[in-house]
Design a protein around this ligand. Structure first.
Ligand SMILES: [Cu+2]
Length: 92
């Protein structure tokens, strides 16, 4: 019994930090009007500390952002695109 609890604790300590931290969110960015817009949106997102990746598509009018949720939250991502001139919303 004691041994299995220790094993479980060790397993959790190993697993939890990896899935608790890295998140992916898809943002809808309707304000992109030409193929240069995604560059601005991508830059605004990757500048935010905690964002590791941003894939922005003009055709889909969306941004797929990979971020560390211990360093940044979705509100900060929405604010970053808004400040760059492209208000966005979270895609369900
Ligand atoms: Cu443009």
């Amino acid at each position: 019994m004691k041994k299995s609890i220790a094993a479980l604790a060790a397993a959790l300590a190993f697993v939890v930090p990896t899935w608790a931290a890295v998140q992916t969110v898809t943002l809808s960015v309707p304000g992109m009007t030409c193929s240069a817009c995604p560059i601005t949106v991508k830059l605004s997102l990757t500048k935010v500390p905690g964002v590791s990746k941003a894939r922005v598509s003009y055709e889909e009018k969306e941004a797929v952002v990979t971020f560390d949720d211990t360093k940044v939250n979705v509100e900060a991502l929405l604010k970053a695109t808004k400040d760059a001139g492209y208000p966005s919303t979270v895609k369900p």
